[in-house]
Design a protein around this ligand. Structure first.
Ligand code: ZN
Length: 391
């Protein structure tokens, strides 16, 4: 039996470098971005660093090869989830190699992929590519895919135009052509405070919130009846209320209440349309009748995050190329949300393909099998070969 494919030495060294940057979403990723830009510069590749609106974070964009349309984007998010409260065997921000695996925060999600891409960049730069490779690094993916839309808005103004995006989220190097979307919303309710012995003088914001939540649950049932997609588990769009707050005392009708909820949509269900359905009914069925007696009651819903689903493309270029490079005919769907739907929405043919398993992401002792990194190195080498031969 052949021994498992090993990653390149420079890939492993880069993984150690990347994991050592504590890029938990709440913190700045600038040091990692500057590091990546410097590594690309060493290979003669000019990277653009695109600061976030407040300057605390940044995206990176670099083009390798000819400045022509039709290039391939290799995209990864630079942020990671926190390690608070997790029981790690080793320091999460120091890569440890044990049992054919690399352990560390983000090795699967998704610094392993970024390490492979940065290690491959000098090889791309030396190859006579006929179409360019673009390196994209984003921020704030783990808090609702908030960073990628800014990069994509900038990209829309640039030339040349890339054609394909490979998003390197962990798929065990399988081709994923569908993921669920996520819309995160916060609904805030203003009622009218009154002593609970004089309940007729007020209206509880918590009571209104309860009715609004029941409305959301009704809409969830409607969505399930309207559309199912058996590729996903669960196969329907879900609508969950995940946090609630309100009230000030046991004997006062609550003046304020708020709740956070999310829509996990399947392709064909638009989170914004679900929100519009909710707001329309909340107004007509609940708020407008209440306002007749209590003119100051209010309900307001803010969108905290919005990332659309990734839908399978008919004869998609990204899917065709990824399958060819991996010698497979198989595709999969994943339940988690990712930036791929945003890239697809920006007009790029998009699939997810990356090393490691989502089962290990976000957990204590997150790991990636070294063989997975080796397979990703090989995938990128084959991509370079395809771009040289014009494929
Ligand atoms: Zn991720």
């Amino acid at each position: 039996m052949a021994s498992p494919l090993q990653p390149r030495e420079d890939t492993l060294a880069l993984l150690s470098d990347l994991v050592a940057f504590d890029t938990v979403s709440a913190r700045s990723n600038r040091a990692l971005i500057d590091f990546a830009a410097a590594r690309l510069a060493e290979a003669g590749i000019a990277a653009q660093v695109l600061p976030s609106p407040d300057g605390a974070k940044a995206s990176l964009w670099a083009t390798i090869g000819p400045k022509v349309d039709g290039g391939i984007v290799l995209s990864g998010h630079s942020d990671v989830v926190p390690v608070d409260g997790q029981d790690w065997t080793s320091d999460p921000f120091r890569v440890e190699l044990r049992d054919g695996r690399a352990f560390g925060r983000g090795v699967a999600d998704m610094k392993g992929f970024i390490a492979c891409v940065l290690a491959a960049a000098p090889r791309f730069a030396q190859a006579p590519l006929r179409r360019p490779v673009h390196v994209a690094l984003t921020y704030d993916e783990e808090v609702g895919c908030v960073g990628a839309p800014k990069l994509l808005a900038w990209l829309a103004e640039q030339a040349p135009r890339p054609a394909i995006a490979f998003i390197g989220e962990p798929t065990s190097m399988r081709v994923v052509n569908a993921h669920k979307g996520i819309l995160v919303a916060r609904t805030q309710i203003c009622g009218v405070e009154a002593h609970s012995s004089l309940a007729h003088l007020g209206v509880s914001a918590i009571g209104i919130a309860a009715r609004a939540i029941t409305l959301l649950q009704t809409i969830e049932q409607e969505l399930a009846a309207e559309r199912q997609d058996r590729r996903f588990e669960p196969s329907r769009a879900t609508l969950s209320i995940n946090r609630i707050a309100g009230g000030t005392a046991v004997n006062i009708l609550a003046g304020r209440a708020s709740f956070d909820w999310d829509v996990r949509s399947i392709p064909g269900v638009d989170g914004r349309a679900v929100l519009a359905r909710f707001e329309e009914r909340l107004e007509t069925k609940i708020m407008a009748p209440l306002r007749a007696a209590f003119p100051t009651v209010e309900a307001h819903t803010a969108v905290v995050a919005d990332a659309p689903a990734l839908a399978p493309e008919e004869d998609g270029h990204a899917e065709t190329l990824a399958k060819r490079l991996l010698s497979t005919k198989e595709t999969r769907a994943v339940a988690y949300a990712a930036e791929a739907g945003q890239f697809q929405g920006a007009g790029l043919s998009t699939v997810i393909v990356g090393p490691g398993s989502i089962d290990q992401a976000h957990k204590a002792d997150e790991y990636v099998d070294l063989e997975q990194l080796g397979l990703c190195d090989q995938f990128l080498d084959r991509l370079a070969g395809a771009l040289v031969s014009g494929g």
